[in-house]
Ligand binder design. Structure first.
Ligand SMILES: NC(=O)c1ccc[n+]([C@@H]2O[C@H](COP(=O)([O-])OP(=O)(O)OC[C@H]3O[C@@H](n4cnc5c(N)ncnc54)[C@H](OP(=O)(O)O)[C@@H]3O)[C@@H](O)[C@H]2O)c1
Length: 254
């Protein structure tokens, strides 16, 4: 029996993630390394995976703080994605890695370039070296536009580094899923449906962090998510759990 009390409710002060159906779980239960499992979105990824019976190893710069805040359902391990050499041992026994990393500084040492680009490059390279089955990585709804929209890059420099990380992962030859959410919000999960947007016709929007967590966890369970970029926002016109079937309709990245 998997305890979710300390991790999802008491510790986070949030509503229970809810009775979202756990589907696509055809594979045997695996151990998944989640970088950013202490983050405001990463917590939902970790909880969803625990709820579906997976073991979660949470990579954090401060395991004592993580354990104190979020309990020990997650196996917390110390690591800093900027330090490539420190990562390899953390992959032992893991099947996949999910990156829900976010830079904590605009300037300084923990910037988007250092964390969301170089850190993700380190995670991807070590996943390849360790023979992992998949990398799932968060970026942003508009990250694909950074190739062709200098104004966007000028306004949001982080978008450039998210875009570069996307290219690196697609070119890496490791099975992957990229999840690019709209503006992250802390409202409850499953209030609205989820809309997979077409890359060449993005509509700006927002999405619950918990819903993003559900999509990222499902991406690690469902082979229909492999080698795709999922640009997602909430949409009140779509059925609440319709995205689980719609996932198979999202085209493969070319
Ligand atoms: N805000 C928006 O509207 C929006 C929209 C689309 C996409 N996004 C993107 O979504 C992602 C997640 O956002 P969020 O708000 O959930 O993030 P967050 O709460 O700020 O969490 C950031 C996570 O990254 C980890 N981290 C930071 N630097 C690290 C390092 N050097 N080594 C290892 N771990 C490190 C932190 O872990 P520790 O502190 O425990 O080490 C933490 O778990 C970000 O990339 C963000 O840019 C945001």
């Amino acid at each position: 029996m998997i305890s979710r009390r300390r991790f999802s409710q008491a510790a986070f002060g949030i509503a229970t993630i809810g009775a979202a159906p756990q589907r696509g779980a055809a594979q045997s239960h695996e151990r998944i390394l989640v970088a950013g499992a202490t983050g405001r979105t990463g917590r939902f990824v970790a909880q969803d995976l625990l709820d579906s019976g997976h073991a979660v190893r949470g990579l954090t710069r401060n395991p004592d703080r993580a354990r104190e805040r979020y309990g020990d359902d997650v196996e917390w391990v110390a690591g800093d994605v900027r330090d490539r050499a420190s990562l390899l041992p953390l992959y032992t026994g893991c099947d996949r890695v999910i990156s829900v990393l976010g830079a904590t500084e605009r300037t300084g040492e923990n910037t988007p370039e250092a964390v969301e680009y170089n850190g993700n490059v380190n995670l991807i390279d070590q996943a390849k070296e360790s023979g992992l089955k998949q990398v799932v990585m968060i970026t942003s709804l508009s990250a694909g536009r950074a190739d062709s929209d200098p104004d966007l890059v000028a306004r949001f420099t982080g978008m450039l580094w998210k875009n570069k990380a996307e290219h690196y992962l697609r070119d890496s030859n490791i099975p992957y899923t990229i999840v690019g959410p709209g503006g992250l919000r802390d409202y409850e999960p499953r209030l609205q449906g989820i809309w997979f947007q077409s890359e060449d016709n993005i509509t700006v929007g927002t999405i619950s962090r918990a819903d993003v967590g559900a999509v990222m966890a499902e991406a690690a369970r469902n082979p229909a998510a492999l080698n795709k970029t999922l640009r997602i926002i909430n949409d009140p016109k779509r059925p609440i759990d319709g995205w689980r079937d719609a996932l198979s309709q999202v085209p493969l990245d070319s």
